[in-house]
Write a new protein. Structure first.
Ligand SMILES: Nc1ncnc2c1ncn2[C@@H]1O[C@H](COP(=O)(O)OP(=O)(O)OP(=O)(O)O)[C@@H](O)[C@H]1O
Ligand SMILES: [Mg+2]
Lengths: 250, 333
């Protein structure tokens, strides 16, 4: 229990009269591969926003590596070891791929406040950004402006920025959404090769991707946890079949 | 936008060379204009750090310039401080006030940020307007200039003071260039682009904005101290929002977050104002010299024309010019 790297307890969130997160708890041991599924509007993204601090919870708490981060803003949570990617690409569109990556690198290395030295003087920064670009298959796009890139490439960068943070816990919101089959396969391979000790949560509508990746799965429905269990248990659950898998048909 | 960044230094060098060339041949009156350009450039470059770099559109920046000017006046006239020490104090006071105001204003963004900075600037104006010790709305005359006797120079001479102001502007430019190109400057640019994602990557965005606001205020304090030294005269008008607005227009005219652009904008503004407000210019065009009193109208029209014709501002045009010269010379080889 104390081995859980992320512990979210009794999270609640309403938008007006709409209860979007209704008492959700989530525990992630180090090294877990967790899938988060549920129909559209189930509150999956909102749950990420509550864990990440982008949206303030009405009630509930979030512990990361034993630290209480319940009221903390997103940047504190990120520095404590949480990283996330967004459902909709959320990048620095006017900058190049390399500059996007250098930002994430600089923040990870805690040199964002350095105003007395040229960024170009930090050669390690550029080297690391280039290395990561190569790993993500973005090496030949390094100098290109993000706004001019295709959707799939932007998507890779979206995930890439979160990976660059070298987090303890990584939340990916529909990483393969809108990607071509080739790009999806490359992303799945990339996710399979993530550090073993990392705790990973993936929201995914592509059931092949989820069941291929996750060892445990949480199914959300109307803001509540419908079921949480191993991939096999979830697959067998008649309720999930009826409410979700059957309906989605994927 | 990024590829143009490589012309930042050449553009600045071109400006510096132009300033030096003008200074070389200038008469006394032109020297006064040069000093004014240099001081205004310091002010607009400091605003550029907020507006163009970080994306914080302030309409109260003149408040910090005025704070610097009043501090220099108080320290020299009331306490007998040497102007050089007063300048340092001016920077410290402006920075402190900017930090204090920043604690509140950086919580807002967009139109709300514009409105609250406007209010802060007007608070400075109201304060100085009522401060009888500083002459209230009449202002205060007699602030001395920096003592350069140790260098064998007399800062009372327009040429000497113009050179001093230009050197200050060049130093401020280099300092701000270093800041904008540092990791911190990268973060400020990223705040402009996508503040919430930067926070999700671990950047304490508010603290960085506060730092930027404070730094910009400090540099505005330099411009204020030099203003008090240059004219010897301070008045609440220095804090009035229209001055902040002018600086904002200059910065936008300067273009695309460029420091050199902000400096070029300051030069164009001062020179145009001088030209358009002189009756002889208008009579030279066989037009009624009374038009000179409407110089602000013509300046406004010109600014609109420039903004429409050159979206990327003066810096964009300057970069375009340098690029064109560069490629032509290469083609000839
Ligand atoms: N900021 C907000 N204000 C008001 N309503 C919101 C807000 N964010 C989300 N909602 C609502 O909350 C519900 C859950 O949204 P959420 O994005 O969490 O669902 P999701 O499970 O991620 O769905 P999808 O699979 O479509 O991404 C939806 O009905 C949505 O309209
Ligand atoms: Mg979603």
């Amino acid at each position: 229990m104390s081995g859980d790297v992320l512990r979210a307890e009794g999270l609640y969130k309403s938008f007006g009269s709409l209860r979007v997160t209704d008492g959700v708890s989530l525990r992630l041991p180090a090294g877990c591969r967790h899938g988060l599924i549920g129909p559209n509007g189930a509150g999956k993204t909102t749950l990420f926003n509550l864990i990440g601090g982008e949206v303030k919870a009405d009630a509930g708490c979030v512990f990361l590596a034993g630290r209480d981060l319940s009221g903390a803003p997103p940047d504190r949570r990120a520095r404590a070891g949480l990283a996330r990617s967004f459902q909709r690409n959320n990048l620095f569109a006017g900058l190049t791929v390399g500059e996007n990556m250098a930002l994430a690198c600089a923040l990870k290395r805690r040199i964002g406040h350095v105003f007395w030295r040229r960024a170009a003087g930090f050669t390690a920064l550029r080297a690391e950004a280039e290395e990561h670009a190569a790993r993500l298959g973005l090496a030949d796009r390094f100098g290109e402006q993000v706004a001019g890139l295709g959707y799939g490439t932007q998507r890779q960068l979206e995930i890439g920025l979160a990976l660059l943070q070298e987090p303890l816990v990584l939340l990916l919101d529909e990483p393969t959404a809108g990607m071509s089959p080739d790009e999806t396969a490359a992303m799945v391979a990339l996710l399979a090769g993530l550090p073993a000790e990392l705790a990973l949560v993936v929201i995914e509508h592509d059931m092949d991707v989820v069941f291929g990746l996750a060892d445990r799965i949480t199914v959300l429905d109307y803001g509540r946890v419908l079921i949480e269990g191993t991939a096999a248990e979830v697959r067998r659950s008649p309720e999930v079949r009826r409410r979700y898998l059957g309906a989605a048909g994927r | 936008m990024r590829s143009r960044d490589r012309w930042q230094l050449p553009a600045a060098a071109l400006l510096a060379a132009a300033a030096a060339a003008v200074w070389w041949r200038a008469d006394l009156f032109t020297m006064e204009l040069l000093a004014e350009v240099a001081i205004l450039a310091i002010f607009t470059m400091s605003l550029q750090l907020l507006v163009g770099v970080t994306g914080m559109v302030s309409l109260g920046h003149a408040g910090f310039l005025a704070a610097g000017a009043y501090t220099t006046a108080a320290a020299t006239l009331f306490w007998g401080w040497p102007p050089a020490a007063a300048l340092v104090l001016s920077v410290a006071v402006a920075a402190l006030l900017a930090a204090a105001a920043g604690l509140f204003v950086i919580r807002l963004s967009g139109v709300f940020f514009i409105m609250i900075t406007l209010a802060v600037g007007q608070m400075f104006h109201a304060f100085f307007f009522r401060a009888q010790r500083f002459g209230g709305d009449n202002g205060l005359a007699g602030t001395p200039r920096i003592d350069l006797a140790a260098l064998g120079l007399d800062s009372g001479a327009p040429g000497t003071f113009a050179a001093f102001a230009l050197i200050c502007a060049a130093l401020v430019y280099l300092l701000l260039l270093l800041v904008t190109r540092s990791p911190f400057g990268m973060m400020l640019g990223a705040i402009h682009q996508n503040e919430s994602r930067l926070a999700s990557l671990g950047c304490p965005v508010r603290r960085y904005k506060l730092a930027a606001f404070t730094a910009a205020g400090a540099v505005a304090g330099v411009a204020g101290a030099l203003t008090a030294q240059h004219t010897g005269f301070i008045s609440p008008d220095l804090a009035f929002w229209t001055f902040s607005g002018e600086a904002l227009i200059i910065v936008i005219l300067g273009g695309s977050g460029s420091l050199a652009g902000a400096a070029a904008g300051a030069a164009v503004f001062v020179l145009l104002r001088d030209l358009l407000s002189s009756g002889s210019f208008w009579s030279g065009l066989s037009l009624p010299p009374e038009l000179a009193s409407h110089w602000q109208l013509f300046m406004g029209m010109l600014f609109i024309a420039v903004v429409l014709a050159a979206r990327d501002g003066l810096y964009g045009r300057l970069a375009w010019l340098i690029e064109a010269l560069h490629t032509r010379r290469r083609a000839r080889r």
